[in-house]
Design a protein around this ligand. Structure first.
Ligand code: ZN
Length: 150
């Protein structure tokens, strides 16, 4: 495993739409391992592939220590409610703002074994899932901030 360099705000990689993963190759598995390690080293609770310069639909989320969720080709298939909470991004250091997100989301994705699964989250997990999936479409939380926090 290796810690990868995190792409920072202003790099146009973060604004590109990522391509789906068609085949889970050893390179994809290494990328998943490296993304988890990179996220943890940066004390983040989520990381998307474009943040390490890879334009593929892959993200990792870990809002509870040890409960890593690896997402390949994730899609939000249901959402409900609304939350207005603080959000930040490893690509946009030192910046925090309040965003409006669904209170609950259900995501369908593929795992590293190529199996489809669903994950439902509320609160921070719902925000993290939305935030990371946004990254795969070139969207950043600063596009959605309703109020910055000093
Ligand atoms: Zn982010």
């Amino acid at each position: 495993m290796a810690i990868r360099n995190i792409v920072k705000y202003g790099d146009e990689t973060l604004r590109r739409v990522c391509r789906p993963v068609e085949e889970i190759t050893p390179r994809i598995l290494t990328l998943l391992d490296d993304m988890a390690e990179t996220m943890r080293a940066a004390n983040g609770c989520g990381l998307a592939a474009p943040q390490v310069g890879i334009l593929r639909r892959i993200a990792v989320v870990e809002t509870e220590p040890g409960e890593l969720i690896e997402l390949i080709n994730p899609k939000i298939i249901a959402f409900a409610g609304e939350q207005r909470e603080q959000e930040g991004c490893l690509s946009i250091p030192e910046k925090w703002g309040i965003t409006v997100r669904p209170a609950h989301v259900t995501v369908r994705a593929t795992n590293r074994r190529g199996e489809e699964f669903e994950v439902t989250g509320s609160g921070l997990l719902a925000r993290a899932l939305c935030h990371e999936i946004d990254h795969l479409d070139g969207k950043l939380f600063v596009d959605k901030v309703i109020k910055y926090i000093d």
